[in-house]
Write a protein of this length. Sequence first.
Length: 265
Amino acid sequence: MGNVIKKLSIGLAVGGALVGITRALEFPFIFQMMFFGYAMLGAVVFMLLDAPSLKTMSGMKSLIALIAFYIVLCTVYISGASMWPQYDPEDEKGKIAKILGPKFAATQQGKAEELIARAKALDDQVKALEVRLKALGGDQVAKEPPAGAPPATTGVATGDFMKQGEEQWQLQECYNCHKLKGEGGKKRGPELDNIGTYLTVDDIKQKILDPKSFMAEGFEKEWEKGKMPDKYKDLMEANDVVALASWLGTFKNTSVNTPKPIKKK
Ligand code: HEC
């Protein structure tokens, strides 16, 4: 008994000293308590060393004793750990929300700004085209169609249709994997600047709706792994697919090394 009191008081003294030191070092309160806890744990271990040794067990009895000991240990460990406030999931969720909240807002804002910039660029392109059209006298034709000529609106409609295709390229984020006009692509898929030389609009449409239908030569691995997403048939309106395919079909830049598509289906 005297030994127990002696060891307990040493434990308390060490624990107290640790609390004093950690407090002086401005450790958070929870850490001060943790150090105190460790000192007490140490005292208990030293006290246990004085305990009379158990009788030797054997057979089933020893197995049960072992399992019981394991269960007690687990319970103490888990319930002890869960008492520390830093393991409170609500606490953690709060912290994560605090950190991620502003970042998330920033990315949303960034995305919006990017879209606005893109819309502006497209608008500028349209304006430039209008100027060129005017220079060619295209507006005259549009205003005063000669008798018997096809309705001038066809030209405008085609332009809109191409614009719709380009918009789909942006909206569906094909540029994430494909380079076109030197833009986009993170080397995951082929450059498409010459795709119009190889594929008809219908073929391109088929490739978008069913990426397994064609395989770009040299991209066997990617094709097999299904790198090109098989989701556009669900995401896109039929009309948008045709617009995108028609727009892509106009790309016939033979100086760009677009791999040859191989028909698979
Ligand atoms: C996650 C990446 C990824 C996205 C997004 C993606 N593709 Fe692909 N695409 C690939 C890969 C990889 C290949 C080459 C393997 C193959 O043929 O399936 C490919 C091949 C192609 C080909 C054939 C090219 C050739 O030379 O044979 C076309 C056409 C094509 N994609 C169009 C599109 C269009 C249009 C979109 C957007 C609607 C799109 N892709 C979105 C990865 C992607």
